[in-house]
Design a protein around this ligand. Structure first.
Ligand code: ATP
Ligand code: MG
Length: 434
């Protein structure tokens, strides 16, 4: 039987009761009532009830229908009927059936713990929760890319294997590259900086790798990093890009993924303030004051972590910026504030409700001498950065950029407890399955 298939969603949205349709998918639930078998058929667009009635079936025997179980894959031809007891109020009365694959008892029945579900991630990804999250993630990624392209930013494709580390450090994955070591990229920034000299405004979406030592709810060892870099942009200009992009992504998600957000139990009211820009801005100094008032013992000049970020987010109902960090806790390439050399023109964007940092960015040091000195002060080898220094030697320009963790953004928008669910195949210390 070869038929033009329609999606489950179309059974509700496009066809009238009484139409004959052919739908394909997987059995989500199956049960017997009276002499009939009822199945909930799932495809990417939704769930529809199918009724198997011995007297109506044409091309298969009853025994093949009785052997169907959860996750069997089938195609069903039949007439759409109204039924208030069925999900969505409609069902399909099966007249012809194609059985693509039977399934032994499915190893997920509900109530399993997360470690178990990670062990069978390849099957758990069929769940309605994960499907809803993946759709939200899709919409967020589309919105971010759409915003950039519409606003004249060029997409570029930096390498993932790199000869040197951007910021150096302990979280670098080393790989064997022929007979020499190479590293998995932690950030495309330096490559993007090269490309602004021909394209002005560039962006890339790539995996970034960080061998984070501790397992936290917001760190992966491989994540999808959206980075932008703009010539002639100062810190304030690029912060405006950040808030416009994020608010656009939230708006799109609220418009297009409301069903999925509601399925996940996300309180969408809490996302609405994020539609309003500009986002609030506080300096690092003000952040330290807030934290001390809240009882944290923290000195000016210290870096802060997840607990402190969480406390800061209690002060805001929308994303907000923290700016002007002490130079000594930030990367060597951040531009020093001309009015206050002990701080840099760097910023983070923190998401509310305890989520914390989703973007980190800065204006970049554009003076050859200052950058060279910073490289020396940080104990890095200027030889490794010769090409990077060249960018300041040949026609330097003021420029700025940032990196956005797409799973961090997804996690907040979807209201997830853990970053692992914002990506289909999460990797972190000790886990690389499947
Ligand atoms: P954090 O302090 O939260 O560990 P970071 O300051 O080291 O992050 P950046 O180097 O500023 O991170 O990277 C830019 C963005 O990439 C961050 O704002 C965050 O959204 C995301 N990001 C960084 N590390 C991770 C990670 N291990 N897993 C997922 N996303 C990450
Ligand atoms: Mg950061």
């Amino acid at each position: 039987m070869r038929e033009e298939a329609v999606s489950v969603n179309e059974v509700f949205e496009r066809y009238d009761v009484g139409s004959e349709v052919f739908v394909r998918g997987w059995i989500h639930r199956i049960f017997k009532v009276g002499g009939k078998i009822f199945a909930w058929l799932r495809d990417s667009s939704g769930i529809v009830q199918v009724v198997f009635d011995k007297g109506v079936l044409n091309n298969v025997d009853w025994e093949s229908i009785e052997r169907l179980s959860r996750e069997s894959s089938i195609g069903v031809k039949g007439v759409i009927r109204e039924d208030p007891r069925a999900p969505g109020g409609r069902e399909i009365l099966a007249s012809n059936v194609v059985i693509y694959g039977y399934a032994p008892p499915f190893p997920i029945r509900g109530g399993e713990d997360i470690e178990y579900l990670l062990d069978i991630r390849h099957l758990w990804l069929r769940s309605r929760q994960m499907t809803a999250i993946l759709k939200i993630r899709h919409t967020i990624l589309q919105a971010l890319k759409e915003w950039l392209v519409r606003n004249g930013w060029w997409e570029v494709t930096p390498p993932i294997l790199t000869g040197s580390a951007v910021e150096g450090g302990s979280t670098l994955f080393e790989v064997k590259y022929f007979d020499k070591p190479a590293y998995l990229s932690q950030s495309a920034q330096l490559y993007l900086e090269v490309l602004i000299y021909s394209l002005d405004k560039v962006w890339s979406l790539t995996p970034s790798f960080r061998a984070e030592k501790s397992r936290t709810r917001r760190h992966l060892s491989e994540y999808w990093h959206l980075e932008i870099e703009g010539a002639w942009y100062d810190m304030e200009d690029v912060m405006k890009v950040a808030e416009d992009m994020v608010s656009y992504a939230v708006r799109k998600t609220l418009e297009e993924r409301r069903k999925e957000l509601e399925f996940l139990g996300r309180d969408v009211k809490k996302l609405e303030p994020a539609l309003q820009t500009p986002y609030p801005r506080i300096t690092y100094d003000e952040a330290i004051e807030i934290l001390r008032r809240k009882g944290f013992k923290i000195e000016w000049g210290e870096d802060y972590g997840a607990d402190e970020e969480k406390a800061l987010t209690e002060e805001f109902d929308r994303p907000f910026f923290v700016t002007h960090f002490p130079k000594k806790i930030k990367a060597f390439y951040m531009k020093e504030d001309p009015n206050r050399p002990e701080v840099v023109l760097g910023f983070d964007l923190l998401a509310p409700e305890g989520y914390g940092e989703i973007i980190g960015g800065s204006q970049r040091e554009d003076s050859y001498e200052k950058l060279y000195n910073r490289i020396i002060q940080e104990g890095l080898n200027p030889k490794d950065y010769e090409w990077y220094l060249d960018l300041r030697r040949y026609g330097t320009v003021p420029h700025s950029g940032f990196g956005l963790g797409t799973e961090r953004l997804t996690m907040w928008v979807a209201g997830l407890e853990h970053i692992r669910d914002a990506i289909p195949f999460p990797r972190w210390r000790g886990r690389i399955y499947p």
